[in-house]
Every structure is written in C-alpha cells, then in structure tokens.
Design a protein around this ligand. Sequence first.
Ligand code: CUA
Length: 250
Amino acid sequence: MDRSERIALILAGSLMVVFLAALIYAARGLGMAVPSCVTDVAPFSTGRIIDKGNKHYEVHVVAKMWVFDPPEVRLPAGAEVDLYVSAADVTHGFYIVGTDLNLMAVPGAVNYAHMRFDREGEHQILCHEYCGVGHQAMAGKFVIGPLPAAAAVASGGSAGAGKQLFQAKGCAACHTVDGSAGGDCPTLKGILGRSEETANGKTVLVDEAFIAGYMRQPNHPQLKGFQPIMPRIPLTDSEVQQLTDYLKTL
Ligand code: CUA
C-alpha cells in the first residue's frame, strides 16, 4: 500500500473513533438525547397553559391550518416550561425563533421539549413545515414578561372577540382585512354588502346570513377566481356571530 494511502486510512479511522467517543460522551456524560415522540401523553386537541406553581408551566400547543393554539403564550421571566406539541390536521413545524427549540407537530403524536425563559421579550414561533396555502403566515408567539390583568383580554365587545377569533382560528393567515390582495383568499375589507360572482356565473349579495352560512359550510358557493381551499373550522353559534360582528367593522 502506498504511504499516503495508509495515512489517509489511519486519519479516517481515527476520525471515526473520535466521532464515536463524542457520541458516547454526549449521550452518557451530557445526557443529550435525540428528540423523540412522547408515548405516555395522549394526543390532545386543544391548547392549554397549566400553571404548576413556582414558575413552572406545562404548555400544550396544537398546530393546525394555519394557526397555533394557543396563538399567544404569556409567561413570566424565569418560567420553566414543559412543552408538549401536537397537530390537528397535517404535519406542522414548531420553531421558537432565536432558540434551539425546534419540534415537529405531528397529528396523533406528541413531541416534548423543556425550556427555561429568562429574558423578557417576545419570541416568534414559526411553522417550518409546508402545510398548505397559509403556511408562510402560520406564526404564534411566546411573550415573556409581566402577566396582564385578566380583564384586559376580554375588551372590545363582540366585534373585539371576533377580531381575536379571526387571529386564533387562522383566518388571518390567508385573508387580508385592509383591502390588499391576499393572493389565494379574497380580502375581507368591506365584505358585508359586497356583491361577489360565483364560479358558475351567478352574483350573490354578501349579507350576514351569507357570511354565517359560508363559515359553517366553506366554499359553497365557490367564488369566481378562487380555489375552494377554505378549511371547515368548527365554530359555535356565538363565535360565528362574533366573527360576523368583526367583519362588519372592516
Ligand atoms: Cu403549519 Cu406550515
């Protein structure tokens, strides 16, 4: 064997031994583990923030087209978080920008990570797995800072509640409310009282009854120039009313 060949073999072999040693040290010495699904937590369908006391929180996040539930998680500085992530429809990603926390949100499975938040500020959460037309706008946030008074959340009456629902249910991922072209979905600015053309050439007047019916049974009728991509989102009667009241203000 040529001398340079032998040197290359020895170097490559030593490198393998170094890699193996580093792997064993990380697993045994540092306690690092490859992320894997949690098997002792049943998949859940609603997001929750559970205060365990002593700044210890358990946060359940459900990713769905195209929103995280809960869309915003407020925690005090120093919070120790046990984070469980699942998905309701397709596979999504869950990445807290600026941290190394990056999980997959998989339907029927639960992924877990532990994280401590020391600094006050906002952390954006992004979906990093392509999940449909609203993917690029699928975002949430962790806000670390003083917790707001509970009363402040429920201000703005029915339209205010509708505005929050519009974000929380993922509508804002596709529809704009300022009249700009949303691309795949019609803008909802001035939607009440507007006439729309359906795919089969009819003209419909968008009134409250039409809007409520459309939320319950999306894509009926199909609108001209748009694909029938609006997902069916479970809404209670009062949520439909709140969303309609919000749309009236646009
Ligand atoms: Cu959810 Cu991309």
